[in-house]
Design a protein around this ligand. Structure first.
Ligand SMILES: [Mn+2]
Length: 335
């Protein structure tokens, strides 16, 4: 089914909804997850719907100014309330993720949900758990898809919706610089700006919101933790558990750090290893047509987009990095 018919079917379903609509997003929500989720919530509330947005865990401070953020239900804080929400909902809308396992603690609730499920997403290879799968992997952000749906559905935007969707697009495109940005992205941004949002203020709230500790952590990584291999084509950095204590690392503090690897001339693949309590979280970035999502899937139980992916390892940090170096050699030689 083409996207336009899908969008119409989904709208029919929403209009027929007399009960509660739940919106869920992926674990450790980024600007696109929360921006598209809140944007959709505001849109559907304008249509007179009863809509609750549930996040699998807490939302990073740099997003705490978004309109409606105070009403987001955090699964980690009140898990018992969540089952009630799921039991009473008629329609579940999953935004910015393509598989229930990306929703952390909400995975089981999603799997056993009895009502209809809709997915609005832009990640590759969505798994089929939804009746309505609105998936467009050519879109740089889910927020751009929510905008498109608002136009299909002829729901007028307002400044709050515009702020949320703009934030989603801004963060998922690295401020409009990733190769995924297309003409539609700029047209959408132009329309969103026309609702009176201050794009400079949004930018400052997101990007100029470092704590001193966070900047010093970045400094340590640049100075001491950067390694360049494969004839200058691959750059990697790591953050240890000790750093978490020393720099009092908060949720979102390592966000964006991996991208700096790619700011070095000649580097085509950038990697960040973060030693968490029970595993190593790995972020991959690449330039051009080097598919780090395939690399992540094959070697580190991960996935994502062609130029931005994630993975994990349950080995210690040093052996994880060794394993990475072994795997990246034959991979990078293909490109
Ligand atoms: Mn996204």
């Amino acid at each position: 089914m083409n996207l336009h018919s899908l969008s119409e079917n989904l709208y029919e379903r929403i209009k027929a909804c007399s009960g509660k609509i739940l919106i869920t997003i992926h674990q450790n929500p980024d600007g696109d997850a929360i921006g598209s989720g809140l944007g959709l919530q505001h849109l559907l509330m304008k249509e007179g719907k009863n809509v609750v947005l549930i996040s699998p865990n807490s939302i990073a401070d740099y997003l705490n100014w978004l309109p409606g953020i105070a009403d987001v239900v955090n699964y980690e804080l009140e898990p018992e309330r969540i089952s009630e929400h799921f039991a009473n909902a008629e329609l579940l809308m999953c935004l910015d993720f393509n598989d229930p396992k990306r929703a952390g603690g909400l995975e089981n609730e999603i799997r056993k949900f009895k009502g209809d499920i809709a997915v609005i997403d832009h990640h590759q290879n969505p798994s089929h758990f939804a009746k309505y799968l609105y998936s467009d992997t050519s879109s740089p952000a889910t927020a751009q898809l929510v905008y498109r749906l608002s136009q299909d559905w002829r729901i007028e935007l307002n400044v709050n919706v515009a702020k949320c969707l703009y934030t989603g697009i801004l963060t998922d495109t690295g401020s409009f610089k990733f190769s995924s940005v297309n003409k539609e992205t700029h047209l959408v941004a132009a329309h969103l700006v026309s609702f009176g949002i201050n794009h400079d203020e949004i930018h400052a709230r997101i990007y100029d919101a470092f704590s001193e500790n966070r900047l010093r952590l970045f400094g340590l990584c640049f100075y001491n933790r950067l390694e360049i291999i494969e004839n200058g084509r691959v750059a990697l950095m790591y953050v240890t558990q000790k750093d978490h204590h020393e720099f009092d690392i908060q949720k979102g503090d390592t966000e964006g750090l991996v991208n700096f690897n790619l700011s070095i001339t000649g580097v085509e693949v950038g990697v960040l290893f973060i030693e968490e309590e029970k595993m190593i979280k790995i972020s991959f970035r690449s330039k051009g047509d080097i598919p780090v999502n395939e690399f992540a899937k094959e070697n580190f139980d991960g996935g994502g987009h062609i130029n931005a992916a994630g993975g994990r390892s349950y080995k210690p940090l040093t052996s994880t990095i060794e394993h990475f170096k072994k795997c990246i050699k034959p991979f990078i030689q293909q490109y």
